[in-house]
Design a protein. Structure first.
Length: 485
């Protein structure tokens, strides 16, 4: 693919000073090369303008040269697929002529093209058989391209070739060292150096720092720390104060630039801690008036707590005063569980305390949950849900708690009849027996039975301080007298 008009590319490769018609002939012939890859230096505008101002006879001669059928030439170009910035690489190639003649010593122009399309002109001279080699030092990393040109002569057409090389960044040398052991709450100091080809960076370099923590609470959590900057000798210091015990891996990373690739170094520190922790949960669901479970455990940052041991418990409901509950004994792994019953809905907070032991400090934690009303349900059914016009809808039902037991009180239910068109009518309320059972009868309005209209009877209870509201429905269909249903 051409990156610029052919005249500009080919013209730029020719000598800066063009003398007379002969030079212009060479320029026009060079422009006849098709498919030349890569940029070349643009010729001065005045020189190209001079070429366009030739006399008619001269222009005719140039056209004949440009259109003449000349033997072709071919360039091949090979290079290593990969290289490293600032390390020499060798490019080889060969010029061949269509008629088989030996090319002899010929100058081949090679342009090194950087990723931003800026380029540098290099040259090579072929051996008698047309082979040539060229050694180059890539100045930066990234995808580089080498474009080779052999320009046309009076006897042969010109040719071109390209080859791509992926240039890797140079490896920086990064070290990090420090203590192997530490204690939470105490400052750690780690030191390191950054070297570029055995030398300190010419300018201060900023390095990224992370710490990765493994313990009973964190499983490889990566945390970003403030960047550090190298001094004139390439040295730097990382300072950190661990807040919990565990295995800490500190990693410093240099940023890549055009010449050097990113590099990393790590150092591991084992941090001890006498801290302990108390965590737990209220096991859902927690219903008012029913026993629910609270579970938890005493844990360390590192290692396992050895039980059995004792945990002290107090409780607050909706921010009220604290009530001391019975102490709870843990199992061998310091886990615990206890049951509790609360007579009010809302937030319940348990404060749990462990007195500590010879190796770990006393600790206190909170366990929070929500106590809600017990669910209720209305089960409604009918012995016959297909009715003839004039027949009564008969509903039998019961209101129960969430565990299908009687609520133990007479309840007032709202009744609504919803017709085929979606309109609803409030019917007289019904009161249940003490065990929650009820019976209801109603005569739906006369309808066109051929359409099998549907009526829905909806029974609703608004709930009370202990139980949630609930709704139940039963459906009836008006059918023709001859319906076998």
């Amino acid at each position: 693919m051409l990156h610029r008009p052919s005249f500009a590319r080919i013209g730029g490769a020719l000598p800066r000073r063009l003398a007379g018609a002969t030079a212009v002939v060479a320029l026009v012939a060079a422009a006849a090369i098709v498919g030349v890859a890569g940029p070349a230096a643009a010729a001065p505008a005045g020189e190209l303008a001079g070429a366009s101002g030739l006399a008619g006879t001269e222009r005719s001669g140039l056209q004949r040269v440009a259109d003449a059928t000349l033997p072709t030439s071919a360039l091949s170009l090979t290079a290593p697929a990969t290289a490293t910035a600032l390390d020499p690489l060798t490019i080889s190639g060969q010029l061949t002529l269509e008629d088989g003649a030996a090319p002899g010593m010929q100058q081949v122009q090679v342009n090194r093209v950087l990723p931003d399309e800026t380029w540098t002109m290099l040259t090579a001279t072929t051996a008698a058989d047309g082979t040539f080699t060229l050694t180059d030092v890539p100045p930066i990393s990234g995808p580089l391209r080498y474009d080779a040109y052999w320009f046309p002569t009076e006897d042969y057409q010109g040719s071109s070739a390209s080859v791509n090389v992926q240039v890797a960044g140079r490896a920086a040398t990064l070290t990090l060292d420090g203590p192997r052991n530490g204690r939470d709450g105490r400052q750690l100091s780690l030191t390191g150096t950054l070297g570029l080809d055995g030398r300190a960076p010419a300018q201060p370099q900023e390095l990224a720092v992370t710490r990765t923590i493994w313990n009973n609470r964190l499983d490889g959590a990566v945390q970003q720390l403030p960047n550090v900057t190298t001094d004139s000798g390439g040295a730097f210091t990382v300072v950190d104060t661990p807040t919990q015990g565990g295995r800490y891996v500190y990693t410093v990373t240099s940023y890549a630039d055009q010449v050097y690739a990113s590099s990393s170094a790590s150092h591991e520190v084992t941090v001890s801690s006498p801290d302990s922790h108390l965590d737990g949960q209220v096991v859902d669901p927690a219903y008012i008036g029913l026993e629910f479970q609270v579970t938890g455990a005493v844990t360390y940052d590192v290692g396992a707590c050895q039980g059995p041991t004792v945990v002290h418990v107090s409780r607050r409901v909706n921010g009220g005063g604290a009530t001391r509950l019975a102490d709870v004994s843990t199992d061998a792994s310091c886990a615990f569980s206890f049951g509790d019953t609360v007579s009010r809905t809302g937030q319940v907070v348990y404060t749990v305390t462990w007195d500590g032991n010879s190796t770990h400090r006393r600790t206190t934690g909170t366990i929070t949950g929500t106590v809600q009303k017990q669910p209720s349900a209305i089960d409604a059914t009918s012995p016959d849900r297909t009715l003839l016009n004039g027949q009564q809808a008969i509903v039998e039902g019961r209101v129960t708690s969430g565990n299908a037991e009687s609520i133990g009180a007479k309840l007032t239910l709202t009744v609504r009849r919803i017709g085929p068109d979606g309109t609803s009518v409030d019917l007289p309320k019904v009161t249940t027996a003490a065990d929650g059972t009820f019976s209801y009868r109603d005569s739906p309005p006369t309808m066109d039975a051929s359409t099998y209209p549907q009526f829905q009877y909806e029974f609703s209870w608004r709930g009370n301080a202990t139980y949630q509201a609930s709704t139940g429905s039963v459906f009836f269909y008006i059918v023709p007298p001859d319906c076998d249903c």
